[in-house]
Write a protein that binds this ligand. Structure first.
Ligand SMILES: Cc1ncc(COP(=O)(O)O)c(C=O)c1O
Length: 406
């Protein structure tokens, strides 16, 4: 992955790819420009051994291309598309595959921004939303879809697993079963999308379960340094190209400098993530034994329930580096703990080198109606911790001293 898609000979021997900070590219001649546009706009397909030339940085740019080729390797798939944010990756994918009158089957909870986009924007333009959660059965989902004949217009199943911030898992085999049944009955094309931000690309591979597209906030683990905002999707050439085409017209592509930073971050992805995982295991054990903590939400724990454990064993390699924990008491107690941290930073976002903690109820998920929050486990006492690469004992000591304040 680290050397794929770039040859130092192309850039004066530079070991690392330079930043191609340019808006446009010079064609050798008019015929070449004509040919590049024909292919870029889908009027013609590439011949064997022909490559799409560089045109304009909203369509293609070397930094974006190098990054996308490496992301495809990490996810073990044909193609990737990079975006200026995780939300632009998600919204562009949804808009590419959904139109007014279509139905979206949507897992709950998801990241608050995705939830808002679906319920406040897509719903307003006439997309029907049917929701389900980690405990919904195959029968219940089909019943809900068929109740208002919405199975006939089902066009997308969108899932976030593990879900932000409760770490609940959605069974990807169940998702595939729903898709297959509706397709058999009605013949509608249904695209399945999984937000793989929490565990991908190294601890979970949804594409291996038949999922069509995985999407990411690349701001998180993929970058891992809290210094940029970016997004990505991965999947087959066919599925990704429809999203890339819309990206060209929405202009939501990643910028050269951001792509270059992210390419650099990918080189340490495994080192960072595996170290974060080792820290997280120690912290989960500490939290489980602490008397001021009501519940720990972490994939693979027995306390998540039998069904969740079964899904974990089937589709996750590891539990990740994101922990939810509920402190005794309500918002006041949670705020007291958050305000008492000395090392862990009180900030949203996740997956970075430094440990970050926040209060989902009043922060990232404030837009989710309170009754839904309670139903899906986002309580006032819940704190979300993203574990970094500091010394695990330092993080544990910080948690310990903050918890004594309540
Ligand atoms: C799981 C998940 N998906 C998507 C997003 C949105 O990504 P971005 O903030 O890069 O737009 C986030 C952001 O926190 C997230 O946590």
């Amino acid at each position: 992955m680290m050397s794929h898609g770039y040859n130092p000979e192309w850039s004066e021997g530079s070991v690392k790819p330079p930043i191609f900070q340019t808006s446009t590219f010079v064609f050798k001649n008019s015929e070449e420009g004509k040919r590049f546009f024909e292919v870029a706009y889908g009027k013609s397909t590439l011949n064997k051994n022909e490559q799409l030339g560089l045109i304009y940085s909203r369509i293609n740019n070397p930094n974006m291309e190098i990054l996308e080729e490496r992301l495809s390797i990490l996810e073990e798939c044909e193609d990737a598309a990079a975006f200026e944010s995780g939300m632009s990756a998600i919204s562009t994918t949804m808009l590419a595959y959904l139109k007014p009158g279509d139905t979206l089957l949507f897992s709950n909870p998801t990241y608050g921004g995705t939830h808002s986009f679906v319920y406040n924007f897509l719903n307003n333009i006439g997309v029907n939303i049917v929701s389900f959660h980690s405990e919904s059965t195959y029968k219940e989902i089909l019943k809900k879809l068929k109740k208002e004949n919405l199975d006939k217009s089902l066009s997308m199943i969108y899932v976030e697993t593990p879900a932000n911030p409760t770490n609940s898992l959605i069974d990807l085999e169940l998702v595939q079963k729903v898709k297959d049944t509706i397709f058999k009955e009605n013949g509608n094309e249904i695209v399945t999308v999984v937000d793989n931000t929490y565990l991908g690309p190294i601890w979970q591979s949804p594409l291996k379960f038949g999922v069509d597209i995985v999407c990411y906030s690349a701001t998180k683990f993929l970058n891992g340094h809290s210094d940029l905002i970016a997004g990505a999707i991965m999947g087959s050439k066919e599925k990704v190209s429809k999203v890339k085409n819309l990206r060209t017209f929405l202009g939501s592509m990643i910028a050269p400098h951001t792509a270059w930073l992210l390419t650099r971050s990918l080189e340490t992805l495994h080192v960072r993530m595996n170290y974060q995982l080792q820290n997280t295991k120690k912290i989960v054990n500490f939290l489980l034994s602490h008397k001021k903590i009501k519940k720990v939400f972490f994939p693979g724990l027995k306390s998540m329930g039998k069904a969740q454990l079964k899904i974990f064993k089937k589709q996750c390699f590891e539990g990740g580096a994101m922990i939810g924990f509920e402190v005794n008491g309500n918002e006041k107690s949670a705020f007291k703990v958050l305000d008492s941290f000395k090392l862990i930073k009180l900030a949203v976002s996740l997956g970075s080198n430094e440990s970050l903690a926040q209060h989902p109820y009043s922060m990232t998920h404030c837009d989710v109606p309170n009754e839904i929050k309670e139903k899906i486990g986002i309580s006032e006492g819940l704190i979300r911790l993203s574990v970094g690469i500091e010394n695990a004992d330092d993080i544990i000591n910080d948690l310990n001293q903050a918890l004594t304040k309540i």
